[in-house]
Design a binder for this molecule. Structure first.
Ligand code: OGA
Ligand code: NI
Length: 345
């Protein structure tokens, strides 16, 4: 099927002075930007220096506390070269600055495509559009997917491939830490993910003439295990904390880590996947690059037996990640931002 012309936010609204009606949220569902909490220490910043040595147990404690209290934290001294990060951000921007005809070569509205450019959140399931375009890529095992990726910009495959390998290493280390922080054996979560999956989105939020009327991404929880978000220096991410939206200030070369729905299940609700959203602004484009680390579709996900007892009965039934993921894309997250409810016992 030919992609609809001008489907992309960036092309449809280039130079617009008003938000087209399909993007306008009803009054009760607007970002209320004046009420967002601005704080420099909105989410914990964890220094990973010494994670594999002298500071191991201290860092596990910090991870545990951050997972329990925020579900969101940032990491520095994570071991990924600044050049790898800078190249990733640069090539992402270059891609979204290519002519529309070049980008549209990979346009698709089918969520099961392993590479696709799309817009908004889920154009098949939603009534109101979001002010975002995104390129979504599957990235693990890399050799299964890299040949499908855009060959333009010319360094795309090399820069993004290098980035994916590095981020996968960090994700696996963090999952060791999260397992240990739950009192589980360090490989527990890695094993629960079977062959593992790694998806990535490159989000592009164009400047928006009326940011108070719409979202870049409405409030949602991530359906995967853990998300490692890289962003440029433009603010836009907000996290729900104590019932209030809190803005997260970008810190160059750090990653934002957030727990997804599968950690909530495996931890039997000790840790929660936290609602977050992206807002847009009137003068700057913004790029954010979440890596969605996930189980393979055949992995059976269930509360860890060690975290289930008479006082903590299993909150969720077991399911395959394929089943969960299908629900997420077919129905979309409900008004609470997640589809976890249907998997409860
Ligand atoms: C996402 C997401 C946040 C951001 O893509 O799932 O939450 O800041 N993105 O773009
Ligand atoms: Ni998200």
């Amino acid at each position: 099927m030919a992609a609809p012309k001008s489907a992309l936010t960036s092309d449809l609204v280039y130079g617009a002075t008003h938000v087209p009606s399909q993007y306008v949220r009803p009054e009760h569902d607007r970002p209320n930007l004046g009420q967002v909490i601005q704080s420099d220490i909105s989410i914990p910043l964890i220094d990973l220096q010494g994670f594999d040595g002298s500071r191991h147990s201290e860092i596990i404690k910090q991870i545990g506390l951050a997972c329990q209290e925020s579900g969101f934290f940032q990491v520095k001294n994570h071991g990924i070269d600044e050049a790898v990060i800078d190249n990733m951000l640069a090539v992402a921007k270059e891609f979204f600055h290519l002519p529309e005809s070049e980008r549209m070569k990979v346009y698709s509205e089918d969520p099961y495509r392993t590479i696709r450019l799309s817009t908004s959140f889920n154009v098949r399931a939603e009534e109101i559009a979001s002010w975002r375009d995104y390129l979504r890529l599957h990235c693990h095992p890399l050799e299964d997917y890299i040949h499908e990726w855009p060959a333009n910009p010319p360094s795309f495959r090399e820069d993004v491939g290098e980035y994916c390998k590095e981020v996968r290493g960090l994700a696996v280390r963090l999952l060791h830490g999260i397992s240990e922080s739950l009192g589980l054996e360090e490989h527990y979560i890695n094993k629960a993910l079977a062959k593992h999956g790694q998806h990535m989105a490159i989000n592009y939020y164009p400047p928006c003439p009326q940011p108070e009327l719409t979202y870049g991404l409405p409030g949602h929880a991530d359906p995967n295990v853990v998300t490692l978000l890289l962003q440029d220096d433009v603010e836009g991410l907000q996290v729900l904390k104590g019932g209030k939206w809190v803005a997260v200030k970008p810190i160059p070369h750090t990653f934002i880590v957030n727990l997804g729905d599968q950690i909530q299940v495996i931890s039997n609700d000790r840790y929660k996947s936290v609602l977050h959203r992206a807002v847009v602004n009137s003068n700057k484009e913004r790029i954010s690059i979440p890596t969605f680390y996930c189980p393979s579709y055949d992995a059976v996900i269930e509360p860890a037996p060690k975290l289930v007892d008479d006082d903590h009965p299993a909150v969720y039934r077991s399911f395959t990640y394929g089943e969960f993921y299908g629900n997420f894309w077919d129905k979309g997250p409900n008004k609470n931002g997640t589809c976890l409810g249907i998997f409860k016992n």
